[in-house]
Design a protein around this ligand. Structure first.
Ligand SMILES: NC(=O)c1ccc[n+]([C@@H]2O[C@H](COP(=O)([O-])OP(=O)(O)OC[C@H]3O[C@@H](n4cnc5c(N)ncnc54)[C@H](O)[C@@H]3O)[C@@H](O)[C@H]2O)c1
Length: 370
């Protein structure tokens, strides 16, 4: 088992990564949460359809009073309405601060449940039990919890570190290819911005002639190492800048334009990972046109994308709508924009006040039939 210790201002917690962790979870829980009287597991209808038996068996073994709350599947349910729905169930179940709320699902369930845990009774115990690639390599660590407001992503949220993160890579085996690919963009981000060894592992363990290469990679033992590397990077970044005052923005590489692409597609047609993939290519293009990076960086990145079947062409969308969405970026002030650009692999930098024409060109350059 791999264990990562994370020391934040709010609390110290551990991230446990292991293919058999689900079997050990009841023991972990009872050991670490001895004064917890109730447990509430939040998940969605799709996940519970697949894992109902596993989840129920697990909760039975824990021998603590428990309930399962099921919300509907989808980004649009990361909302204030779902928050209120979960609050109402917690009140009905008489949940107190010492009780634990478990997020069993992907980034949507993690962000939503974390937001609930951070605000209900001014903060209940919170366990992240991620079930998608994005949530296992990124979103379950670091304490950013939020819901969307209408079509604006993560508009309402807080910083609330989990009390424990349980990562079982076996849960990824039930994801379909599209969902797997969705998560791989964040892994490439960690490789480009922080640790080129991740890119080497990808190159070494994907054969372009194998059409099943993406699913094979995720089901292989090496993927546990990738999860470990990504979570360790995230934990260290969060320790340095828990409340996102500067350094942590590096994790936002590709997300600035990525989030705008997501917004322009009304949060439905393009998923988070696809949007981040396209956003990273746009950020690399801006870096090239500003003379910071060489053209080769884009070619090398696209080569890795092809191995992971990540999209690098933005589908036909309203460019003005994408540009307009930039004003909601939390890194921007009313007058000054802020981007994470890149000089080369593992050489990120912050850039301010980038000309709108350069940003627009980076979007048009990479857009379908523009
Ligand atoms: N808080 C953070 O730091 C952070 C970081 C990155 C992304 N995010 C957020 O995460 C969200 C995206 O996360 P996601 O990609 O996990 O999306 P998701 O939670 O919507 O999950 C994707 C799909 O996979 C299904 N699913 C989940 N686990 C499954 C399993 N084991 N088997 C089969 N199907 C399964 C879900 O029901 C859903 O249909 C976005 O809302 C994004 O803003 C947050």
């Amino acid at each position: 088992m791999k264990i990562i210790s994370t020391k934040t201002k709010l609390r110290k917690y551990f991230i446990y990564i292991d293919q058999d962790i689900t079997e050990k979870f009841p023991v972990f829980l009872m050991k670490n949460f001895s004064n917890t009287e109730k447990i509430v597991l939040v998940t969605n209808d799709k996940i519970i359809n697949i894992y109902e038996k596993k989840v129920k068996d697990l909760l039975k073994k824990i021998n603590i009073e428990h309930k399962i709350i099921v919300i509907k599947d989808g980004e649009k349910y990361k909302s204030l309405e779902s928050t209120e729905y979960i609050f109402s169930k917690l009140v009905k179940f008489n949940v107190h601060r010492n009780d634990a709320v478990i997020a069993f699902g992907g980034g949507v369930i993690g962000d939503l449940t974390g937001f609930v845990a951070s605000t209900y009774s001014r903060g209940t115990k919170f366990i992240q039990y991620p079930t998608t690639v994005i949530s296992q390599v990124d979103s379950s660590v670091g304490g950013k919890v939020a819901v969307n407001y209408k079509t604006v992503k993560n508009m309402i949220g807080s910083f609330y570190q989990p009390h424990m993160v349980i990562i079982d890579p076996m849960l990824l085996h039930t994801l379909d290819k599209k969902q797997v690919i969705n998560g791989l963009a964040e892994i490439v981000k960690y490789g480009i911005v922080f640790d080129k060894k991740i890119l080497e592992i990808i190159r070494k363990n994907t054969n372009l002639n194998n059409n099943d290469r993406v699913l094979s990679l995720v089901k292989s033992k090496i993927f546990e190492k990738i999860i470990f590397k990504c979570c360790t990077i995230k934990a260290r970044v969060v320790e340095k800048d828990e409340f996102d005052n500067g350094y942590r923005n590096l994790l936002n590489f590709g997300h600035t334009i990525g989030h705008c692409i997501e917004n322009a597609s009304n949060l439905e047609d393009i998923n988070h990972g696809q949007a981040v993939s396209m956003g990273m290519i746009a950020a690399i293009d801006i870096s090239i046109s500003m003379g910071l990076a060489k053209k080769q960086l884009k070619e090398d990145t696209i080569e890795v994308y092809k191995r992971l079947e990540l999209p690098y062409i933005i589908p036909k969308l309203d460019v003005e709508k994408i540009m307009n969405a930039l004003k909601y970026d939390k890194k921007f002030t009313s007058k000054i924009n802020k981007f994470i650009l890149i000089k080369g692999v593992n050489k990120p930098l912050f850039c301010y006040n980038i000309d709108n024409d350069i940003i627009t060109e980076s979007i048009k350059n990479n857009m379908e039939s523009y």
